[in-house]
Design a protein around this ligand. Structure first.
Ligand code: MF3
Ligand code: CO
Ligand code: CO
Length: 266
């Protein structure tokens, strides 16, 4: 029988375009870093990212996506994901913020996010940022043809639990290409025995983007219909890369200049 995701395999030409989109999304995160300082509004960050993306012949995918009103997501402290940039949300010393950038270039998407620190942060927050990034890399370093998506989700969840954190279940990694979120390819960041077991194959492109909470895993969505927060208001952190499953293993399409892929395994 044909692989259930065979129709999502990218051609070499598509992969070239995904590399360009991934590189641009990564460059946006590098570009914005020096502006993430106390006193800046999340809207100012949105405007800079928006302008940079347009200047590089691309489109910010979140803008008007299912009604999302801005060009990036900015999720501060206990905001888990999908925070909406606002001119009255001013960053202050000690904040942690996830900036999630998705660009469309030549018809293909690149999707990546990382945590930034605003001035000096607590040792608690420091530890959350470190462990949540490791959660993402434990998933990434498992990627190769034949690996089950369940194995990846389980490894991420177990690593979070080992450190007494929790992995959010309501949002997952996703297939990505000409579509922002491809139907049929979901990368859960936890172990769910009831879903069909899918094995990766060479040529699939998808994200891994765990959201890790210091407290319990439960979330709620605010009245703006977008902003997702932890129910217990504990700090949350997320990291995301767009990946290609290669013959040998994995290529990180959104790796930033100077970012070193850690080698550790779960
Ligand atoms: N970038 C997010 C993801 O990783 C999706 C954001 S949807 C938006 O899948 F509408 F909020 F932009
Ligand atoms: Co994503
Ligand atoms: Co994203």
């Amino acid at each position: 029988m044909a692989h259930p995701l065979a129709h999502l395999i990218k051609t070499p030409q598509e992969i070239e375009k995904m590399r360009a989109s991934g590189k641009l999304a990564a460059d946006v995160l590098t570009m914005i870093e020096p502006y993430v300082v106390p006193g800046t509004s999340t809207e100012a960050l949105n405007q800079r990212c928006h302008d940079y993306i347009i200047q590089h012949d691309a489109i910010p995918a979140p803008l008007n996506y299912r009604g999302f009103p801005k060009s990036i997501c900015t999720s501060v402290n206990h905001v888990v994901c999908h925070g909406i940039p606002r001119s009255d949300k001013i960053l202050k010393e000690g904040d942690i913020i996830n900036i999630d950038v998705t660009v469309i270039k030549n018809g293909y998407h690149g999707d990546t996010s990382k945590m930034f620190t605003v001035g000096k942060i607590s040792t608690q927050a420091e530890r959350l940022l470190k462990i949540s990034r490791e959660c993402m890399y434990i998933g990434i370093n498992l990627v190769k043809p034949g690996i089950s998506l369940k194995t990846i989700g389980k490894a991420i969840d177990e690593y979070a639990r080992t450190h007494h954190y929790s992995s959010v279940r309501e949002y997952c990694g996703h297939g990505i290409g000409s579509q922002f979120h491809e139907e049929g390819l979901q990368v859960l960041h936890y172990d769910e025995t009831s879903i069909p077991d899918i094995k990766l194959i060479e040529g699939l492109t998808f994200t891994i983007e765990p959201m890790i909470n210091i407290g319990k895993r439960f979330t709620k969505t605010l009245n703006d219909d977008w902003t997702v927060v932890t129910k217990d208001r504990s700090l949350s952190a997320q990291w995301e890369h767009t990946l290609l499953c290669t013959k040998e293993g994995v290529e990180i399409l959104t790796l930033r200049d100077g970012e070193i892929q850690p080698e550790y395994k779960s």
